[in-house]
Write a protein that binds this ligand. Structure first.
Ligand code: IMP
Ligand code: MG
Length: 374
């Protein structure tokens, strides 16, 4: 058992099995390439950082002429209106008409390679083959095919042999996987003024969760002009609701960015049955599901008082007017009803008394979660 940052990992694939997987890939590649008589040898392109160890061992098993180059793929959100800029760093080969073999350590969703492939295709290469040590077939959802696979693994997070958890673990000789924990995914509801933000932060700390607020995700994507952000902005600018499809894609991509999370708090989502179904379906791809819906319950008059007070302090316009406040609460109640009903049918809905001291309310949330967990 080893610890990297805040997570525990257990042995998963030992040196012998890794060796076998490397040999398997090497043999398949050799079958395809060793008797070729092309003028130019194939060019292997290893994607850094993760593939350095695999590439090194793989190369030692290949005995035909070949070239090898290491590149780093960087995807950053540009400040220009063109949005995402993807590029290969450290790449200065003329690869026109070359046979390319991409070497990857692990393919998960396949998103990374989906961005690399067009870059290579634009350079008019002759052929592209893809080799990876590990593949997660249940998560991979792309159309391109992967030619050489060392080992297929289920959807677990692994480290070692080049693979990292937040940059640690790359130097490990063998492959480890995240120690099994049942993911704790919570849908958190609370009317304006219920103290949802404060409570969410405490849940994050105690249970190692990742807080996903739809509002924050929208703002992030719009600010960084991602494809989804631009799409969403179009609707918002026209005063329309962002369609479920766009919202769902954004959240799904956030979940994908945190494979190490021990659970998520969904805040501001789902708001409809369609969204709740979509959430189930993308969590099930990750072998997990929503465990609980927690709704902070505060009576309307108390909320109005709290918000009017807050409005006096903060000067927030939407907190100043009683009628506006009551309408926000009504909108909230209407939305919760649908979602509460959805989770109630699955016995996952819990109402938490949201009146009292902040600590008391936190304790009620902890109790509800701990009872569920035990
Ligand atoms: P994809 O774009 O979803 O295929 O993910 C590719 C990248 O995500 C890999 O090159 C890794 O950097 C990272 N990744 C995906 N799964 C794992 C894992 O289980 N352990 C460590 N890194 C991973
Ligand atoms: Mg990585």
């Amino acid at each position: 058992m080893i610890k990297l940052h805040n997570k525990t990992f257990v042995p998963y694939i030992n040196s012998l099995e890794i060796k076998k997987a490397v040999k398997k890939v090497a043999q398949e590649i050799s079958t395809d390439f060793q008797n070729r008589t092309d003028k130019q040898p194939p060019l292997f392109i290893a994607i850094l950082n993760g593939s350095f160890m695999f590439t090194s061992d793989l190369m030692k098993e290949l005995s035909f002429n070949l070239e090898i180059s290491f590149v780093k793929f960087s995807s950053y959100e540009g400040t220009s209106s063109t949005g995402n800029i993807n590029q290969l760093i450290g790449f200065n080969h003329d690869i026109k008409n070359r046979d390319i073999v991409i070497v990857e350590d692990i393919i998960d969703t396949g998103n990374t390679l989906e961005k690399v492939l067009p870059i290579l295709n634009d350079l008019n290469v002759k052929s592209i083959k893809i080799a990876t040590l590990l593949l997660k077939p249940t998560v991979f959802n792309k159309k391109y095919s992967i030619n050489y696979v060392g080992l297929e693994i289920p959807n677990t997070f692994v480290v070692g042999y080049g693979l990292d958890y937040d940059e640690l673990g790359r130097n490990l000789k063998e492959i480890y996987k995240l120690k099994d924990t049942v993911m704790l995914n919570i849908v958190l509801f609370g009317p304006p003024g219920a103290g949802k933000g404060t409570q969410a932060a405490r849940l994050v700390d105690r249970y190692n969760l990742y807080h996903l607020s739809t509002g924050d995700v929208f703002r992030y994507n719009i600010k960084n002009e991602t494809e989804l952000g631009k799409l969403a902005k179009g609707y918002i600018d026209n005063g329309q609701l962002v369609p479920d499809e766009v919202t769902i894609k954004m959240l799904e991509s956030e979940v994908e960015k945190h494979p190490e999370a021990e659970g998520f708090i969904f805040d501001g989502f789902p708001r409809t049955e369609v969204q709740a179904d979509a959430l189930e379906s993308f969590l099930s791809k990750r072998n997990t599901s929503v465990k609980l819906m927690l709704a902070l319950d505060v009576n309307e008059d108390e909320l109005v008082n709290r918000l009017l007070l807050r409005g006096k302090d903060s000067g927030r316009a939407d907190d100043a007017n009683e009628e506006v406040i009551r309408n926000r609460i009504k909108v909230y109640n209407d939305q919760t009803a649908v979602v509460a009903d959805y989770y109630n049918k699955q016995n996952k809905f819990i109402k938490i008394d949201g009146v009292g001291s902040i600590d008391d309310i936190t304790q009620r949330l902890f109790d509800a979660i701990d009872t569920f967990k035990s």
